[in-house]
Structures are given as structure tokens and as C-alpha cells.
Design a protein. Structure first.
Length: 93
């Protein structure tokens, strides 16, 4: 049986380490700008706890991590994105 080692990343909000697949990846793509879960370039990860993604400082933290100025409407897109990825089964983890 092949077991893949989980890739661990740190949530930029709570600074806890998680398996990458349980995090939302935000990437500043070289060509396409900000992308979720894909893209090439500087990336930041955030866990899916409401405490983290609804943190009032999350935009600032993302801007710092990605070295970018985010549009005001980014936060709406971001919240939609993270809540739509939030339906993974929580039980058994
Ligand atoms: Zn977090």
C-alpha cells in the first residue's frame, strides 16, 4: 500500500500547520492575478475555520503574505470561495 506523505502548510491567520488539502490556497499568479487553489507564484494558505477567514485582519495578512494590494471586493470573492470549499466531511479526522 502506497502512503503519500501529506504536504503540510501553515495557515497565515492562526499559524497552525495543516495538511495542504485542508487549506485554501491563494496564489498571486504571474499572468492571471489572484487565483484560488491553482496558479503559479507566491502563495498563501488559510485554514477553513470561520475564525480565520472571517478575521477582520485577514485581508492585511494576505496582502503581506502575497506582497500585493487587494481590491476591496476581494474579500467577498474570498469568503464565497472558502465557504464553497467548506463542505468537506469533518467527521473522522
Ligand atoms: Zn487558521
Amino acid at each position: 500500500m502506497i502512503q503519500q506523505n501529506p504536504v503540510m502548510r501553515i495557515c497565515i491567520s492562526c499559524r497552525k500547520t495543516y495538511d495542504r488539502k485542508n487549506l485554501l490556497k491563494i496564489t498571486k499568479d504571474h499572468k492571471q492575478g489572484i487565483m484560488f487553489q491553482k496558479g503559479m507564484g507566491r502563495s498563501a494558505y488559510i485554514c477553513k475555520s470561520k475564525k480565520c477567514y472571517s478575521d477582520s485582519k485577514i485581508k492585511k495578512k494576505l496582502q503581506k503574505a502575497l506582497k500585493i494590494i487587494l481590491e476591496p471586493e476581494f474579500i467577498d470573492i474570498f469568503e464565497k470561495e472558502i465557504t464553497s470549499h467548506n463542505d468537506y466531511p469533518n467527521k473522522g479526522i
